[in-house]
Write a protein that binds this ligand. Sequence first.
Ligand code: NDP
Ligand code: OXD
Length: 309
Amino acid sequence: MSLIFACVDIPPEPWVKAIKAEIPDLTIHLWPDVDNPEKVEFALLWGKWDANLNRFPELSALLSLGAGVDHILTLENRPPNIPIIRLGDPALRTGMVEYVLYNVLKFHRRFPEYEEQQEKSLWIERSQTMPYKRTVGIMGLGSLGSACAKTLVGLGFDVIGWSRRKKTINKVGCFYGEQGLGLFLARSEIVVCLLPLTNETRGILNTTNMQKLPAGAFIINAARGGHLIEGDLLALLESEHIAGAALDVFETEPLPANNPLWSHSKVTVTPHVAALVDFDSAATVIAETIRRSREGRPLLNVVDPVRGY
Ligand code: NDP
Ligand code: OXD
């Protein structure tokens, strides 16, 4: 039994070590070096690449090295009918809550304005808004979105959320479906995108939708670059309808040096690091998938390829 590690730009050594510590008898091949393709049962995948997985006739699961699976669903030669597993690493929730909290508090407490003042040695006291008077809207109430929503509720924010299906989360105003989107956006003073990238959600942060946000709203995108139309955001920052943005993900990554977002005074750029996996906890989750598959037990975190997440 073996696993093929096929992750673009990810150094394999720490992964091999962490997974082998969990399952010592698992052979791990590094793409493209495989002597016995017919023995490969699992593929651990990340990034955009053109590898043909049909080389492995005995594949029994495609495992994502991250929570997102858009990179697997868009693989040109994806073998059909093989379960796709998203990474349910608890470290991702921790990291995402920290990233979202940091940026929500930054915008809520007007830190971009104080940073600008400091550059000019200006001592100006700005008004402070109580968190219960600040509405934070979370797009996507899944594993990451609901963890962020609950943390923000704990700090006293007025939290609303938007999902595909109806949801109930204590103290979170839940909107859902296309019919709920407009009402959700109209109230979101700080909007956080934590949606998966699917045919339905691609380009969702466009001019039409961002114009529905209250004037002076802030955008936090920690999901996928494909959710946000960068040109639309730049125009709305220019018109001051959007007051600022924290962006962790981009249509093209790494973000090209000549992209205007890098130097925009109202935009904070981070290099897709909002939530990073932890080798040890991720390896435990990966090993659990492999054991379940070997033992014929139901797999966890299985993706619905039609739904796209
Ligand atoms: P989940 O699959 O747990 O949750 C997805 C949520 O989005 C669900 O609430 C789902 O609704 C909602 N959703 C999906 N499609 C729609 C739609 N068409 N309309 C409204 N709501 C929709 O995902 P995670 O929380 O684990 O992760 C979200 C994304 O975050 C990942 O797909 C990945 O792209 C990104 N990510 C980014 C990281 C980073 O470092 N920047 C790190 C980790 C993840 P419902 O509840 O009704 O099903
Ligand atoms: C993920 C990511 O999907 O890091 O886990 O983007």
